[in-house]
Design a protein around this ligand. Sequence first.
Ligand SMILES: O=C(CO)[C@@H](O)[C@H](O)COP(=O)(O)O
Ligand SMILES: [Fe+2]
Length: 223
Amino acid sequence: MMNKFLIAPSILSADFAKLGEEVLCVISAGADMLHFDVMDNHYVPNLSIGPMVLKSLRNYGVTVPVDVHLMIKPIDGLISDFVDAGAHCISFHPEATENIDRSIQLIRKHGCGVGLVLNPGTTLECLKYVINKVDVITLMSVNPGFGGQVFLPETLNKIRQTRKLINAIDDTISLAVDGGINFGNFNAVRESGANIFIIGSAIFNSTNYHDVICRFRSMLPQY
Ligand SMILES: O=C(CO)[C@@H](O)[C@H](O)COP(=O)(O)O
Ligand SMILES: [Fe+2]
């Protein structure tokens, strides 16, 4: 059976001056999990936050699952830091590591969930020998590096193809979509086969996180 639908706010668009408050606020507004974007100004042209910030959020009382989206290169050296800081799942881009399988094993060895993130221009071919070793596949619907970008419509076809692939192999693998999700495209993303919706600016740029999350949730079948 396909995994549950989950709404995962991307904290990249939160107000970093009051991050703890923002995160607790989005959780009490109904977020199922958090999406924690890590950027290094090397793999992507931007800088964000690292394991110390995740640890601080855990110490502040954040208990929901956190998917760490690594947009850094290389990745292996930081995996144990993110696990110690409280990551539930670590997701990385296949281009950012010399050896995809080794990085997967390293994350797994730490008892953490594993995710692979595919850029808009990355084909599904890279999943071929590793798909049965991951918990979540995230399709980027913008090029990584910034929040608030416009959703690339060609992603919908890629979501459909990935959903077919997942259903043929192991439908407990989650399919997440990251970038530019809003009220206008949410239904299409869901109908194409996504079950995790990573949403940054549409939530954090609003004045009422609860209303926005409830409205997204009301568009899901079981609600
Ligand atoms: O990883 C990224 C961007 O690189 C994303 O997680 C975005 O931060 C999502 O934000 P919106 O596109 O929804 O504003
Ligand atoms: Fe992300």
